[in-house]
Design a binder for this molecule. Structure first.
Ligand SMILES: Nc1ncnc2c1ncn2[C@@H]1O[C@H](COP(=O)(O)OP(=O)(O)OP(=O)(O)O)[C@@H](O)[C@H]1O
Length: 766
């Protein structure tokens, strides 16, 4: 049975962008040492709570201008432009060691690899590609708009096409074996007719309704109304948090169905949200780690897009953040949804830059496309001045955006020490449950949590009661350097200010944007009117069938990196598509290849949400993989004890009860928070695996129980950090209407398998 599950689960291994940093250890003993308001503004929102005017060393440090690397995405304006860049860059690419070593890893001798690459470079220099009819047969045009990772893929795919179609006739007999091998590898991973692979979706004529416009323009609102009024339907979003929010709103009757008249909506608005509300719809939820079954076979469901089941018929489907179809790592889930959803009416919500690509994809599927454009519902005003580092100018309803965890907590500590305000925090490492709680504390308005400090995790979907967004920085570390935020990122984050219908009574609708430092304000001012980052290609997933085919052609000991590289670099794809890319594949491969895992297990583990980059859990990842590999069973309790996770959690729970020390040291919520976040991530991995391999990871209930305990402890730590820095821990927040939703949180073993098998059926594989 396990084999069957693994085979099914690895049909579309989505390989995530993670990298282990080796050699660092989790310490179980808690000894981890961490490390003039604008004249143009129409009306000040309300008298600000004044903060201390003093500026700390933190802000002094912030006054330096960081060295920024601008986004490196060349745009080619014309055919000639593209050709001349290709003539220059193609031969350079052919001389790189990466190109050579990749061929060697595919089983070609070093000597043959050199000869093939220099013959290819000579063809470019010898003007073979200058004929427009020849050039049109190669994917060279995809270099326009490509970043350096995609450019590498395009150069390589162009080379492989040349190998398949021309090299054999140009080169001597000694190279024919190498050409034949590379041709077979390329053919094994080539995908030609994407739309034809989805028979059920092709059996009906679908109508796409695309809602595009700026942030806070009501795109999702209109799509959700169609869903709430449908006989059957599904919402697919990019985040667990969003899937959860939609699940909650549908069950509590917070979305007016399309059929409701304005009078009915006004009448319903007088009734409190609950499962008995006249607009309430039964809706289940499915994410990678969680299934909430309100009712078996409920008409509606809400899921993260990777969990979408394609075979089941639905009247209405909503796909949120459609521009993510181009996301190198995750976009393939959006591509599958657009091409394969078996639904009569499909609503796509997102940025207008996705329109041209969706038009081409819908042309390919033969469906109908209706485009609805929206304008922002409330004004968004860039203030004339920055705060100039002066936190005394902060006001209730402000959200400061910064991308570094240390900055988040430095700001939180400073503001809470020097003012009566408390800060809610939302950042990527926090579990979605805690992010929701923090959002609720900030939105409530009467909890004392007047300021929000967050990373770009606040930028997507969440309805936050933010009056003003303040950028602490306008760059983000991308793993190698500080990069300026893209236009879309700045617009998405700034757009959180002044959400429609979320202002305080008496306030004018609308939001404001500024920066903490004056030198950053022009960047924000320039970005807001600019068009969003263009969306060029839909990403295609890697199919397990081709993984098996290609690994049979590659050398016996081929690494995970080689197998997945073959898919990215050797295939041929239709014009509108690019393969999903797998940055840091080399380091992830090193991690997996040190274990004697089967190909299916490796694919499964690459898809799992392992925090590969989290140095605190490097040992835990190794240990879990070893248990999985050696025993085919992960004893959760023992795993937690061996890693010191159990002790860590009990320590914090003890401190929660008694205020006592942790492992003999004074209790430091900031240190414990970081450890608990890391443990939580490992528990999420276990829960995720327990859906896909319920025999090896059988202790689902225990994992859920620990996860809930961890979330309580995390929430407590966040509140204690307020207390620690001079504020006061939050008090009760009133009755939660969510408590009225009854559901079974269940381990529905079959679901994931069914979902993947459905895809096999869809693609004619079963
Ligand atoms: N016609 C309307 N009547 C009442 N409320 C609305 C209406 N349109 C939008 N809203 C509310 O305005 C807010 C923003 O709408 P919505 O989330 O749909 O915008 P969006 O364009 O999808 O935003 P983003 O892209 O920033 O997520 C939501 O709280 C939504 O419920």
């Amino acid at each position: 049975m396990r084999g069957v599950l693994l085979r099914a689960a690895s049909r579309y291994p989505s390989v995530l962008l993670r990298t282990p940093s080796l050699g660092l250890r989790f310490r179980s003993g808690g000894a981890q040492k961490s490390r003039k308001r604008a004249d143009a503004k129409p009306e000040p929102p309300r008298p600000p709570k004044r903060l201390s005017p003093s500026r700390t060393a933190y802000y002094a440090r912030q006054t330096r201008t960081p060295e920024l690397t601008p986004p490196l995405i060349p745009q080619f304006k014309s055919h000639e432009d593209t050709l001349s860049r290709f003539r220059e860059l193609g031969p350079q690419w052919a001389k790189t060691s990466a190109a050579r070593e990749r061929l060697v890893s595919f089983g070609v001798s070093l000597d043959d690899a050199r000869k093939l690459l220099s013959a290819y470079a000579a063809e470019i220099e010898g003007q073979f590609f200058d004929d427009p009819l020849v050039l049109a047969q190669y994917p060279v045009f995809k270099l326009g708009g490509a970043d350096h990772l995609d450019a590498e893929v395009v150069h390589s795919q162009t080379f492989f096409k040349w190998i398949k179609t021309r090299a054999a006739s140009q080169l001597g007999p000694s190279l024919q074996d190498a050409i034949a091998l590379l041709t077979k590898i390329s053919e094994a991973v080539t995908q030609k007719h994407v739309a034809e692979g989805f028979e059920r979706a092709r059996s009906i004529r679908r109508t796409f309704i695309m809602h595009v416009g700026p942030t806070n323009s009501g795109k999702t609102y209109h799509a959700l109304r169609a869903l709430a009024g449908a006989k059957s339907g599904i919402y697919c979003g990019p985040l667990r948090l969003l899937a959860h929010e939609i699940w909650e709103r549908l069950n509590l009757g917070q979305v007016a169905p399309l059929w409701a008249t304005p009078e009915q909506i006004a009448e319903a608005a007088k009734i409190k949200s609950s499962v008995d509300h006249p607009f309430a719809r039964e809706c289940n939820m499915l994410t990678g780690e969680e299934i909430k079954v309100v009712k078996e076979g409920a008409p509606l469901s809400s899921c993260t897009i990777e969990m979408l089941a394609l075979a089941r018929y639905r009247d209405v489907a909503v796909i949120d953040e459609i521009q993510m179809i181009a996301d190198p790592a995750r976009g393939s889930a959006w591509t599958l949804a657009v091409m394969g959803l078996f639904a009569k009416e499909i609503h796509l919500c997102g940025e207008d830059t996705a329109v041209p690509l969706i038009q081409k994809l819908v042309e390919e599927t033969g469906d109908e496309l209706i485009i609805r454009r929206y304008e922002r519902l409330t004004p968004l005003i860039v203030e004339e001045e920055s705060l100039d580092g002066d936190t005394s100018r902060l006001q209730q309803g402000d959200a400061i955006v910064t991308f570094n965890r240390t900055s988040i907590f430095a700001l939180k500590a400073k503001i809470e020490r020097e003012t009566p305000m408390k800060c809610a925090t939302i950042y990527g490492n926090l579990p979605p449950e805690i992010r929701s709680q923090q959002a609720a504390l900030f939105n409530a308005g009467n909890t004392g949590y007047d300021v929000l400090i967050g990373s770009d995790a606040i930028g997507m979907g969440l309805n936050l009661k933010i009056r003003r967004i303040i950028f602490d920085v306008v760059s983000k570390y991308d793993g190698s350097s500080d990069r300026l935020l893209s236009t879309s990122q700045i617009k998405q984050i700034a757009g959180r200010a002044g959400r429609f219908g979320m202002q305080n009574p008496g306030d004018k609708p609308g939001g404001f944007v500024t920066t903490l430092r004056s030198e950053d304000l022009p960047v924000v001012r320039r970005s807001l009117p600019k068009p969003n980052t263009p969306v060029h290609y839909a990403r295609l997933p890697i199919e397990t069938g081709s993984i098996l085919l290609v690994s049979a052609l590659l050398p016996k000991n081929a690494s995970t990196q080689t197998i997945f590289s073959a898919h990215m670099y050797a295939g041929e794809l239709p014009d509108n598509y690019m393969p999903r890319t797998i940055p840091k594949l080399d380091t992830m491969s090193e991690f997996l290849d040190t274990r004697d895992l089967s190909l299916a297990s490796r694919s499964l583990m690459m898809e799992a949400p392992f925090p590969w980059r989290e140095f605190l859990v490097q040992d835990a990842i190794s240990k879990l993989l070893k248990l999985y590999d050696d025993n085919s069973f992960v004893d959760l309790q023992k795993f937690l004890e061996d890693m010191g996770f159990d002790e860590k959690l009990r320590d914090v729970e003890n401190a929660m009860r008694t205020g006592a020390k942790c492992s003999g040291e004074p209790f430091q919520p900031s240190r414990e928070l970081r450890n608990l976040e890391a443990v939580h991530k490992m528990i999420v991995v276990y829960v995720w695996l327990s859906f896909r391999d319920p025999i090896a990871c059988a202790e689902f209930e225990l994992a859920q129980e620990i996860k809930t305990r961890l979330e309580k402890a995390l929430h407590w730590c966040l509140e204690e950090m307020t207390f620690e820095s001079g504020g006061q821990a939050a008090k009760g927040k009133g009755k939660d209407p969510m408590a009225s939703i009854e559901f079974v949180q269940r381990r529905k073993k079959q679901l994931v398998t069914e979902r993947l098998e459905e895809r096999w059926v869809q693609r004619g594989m079963m």
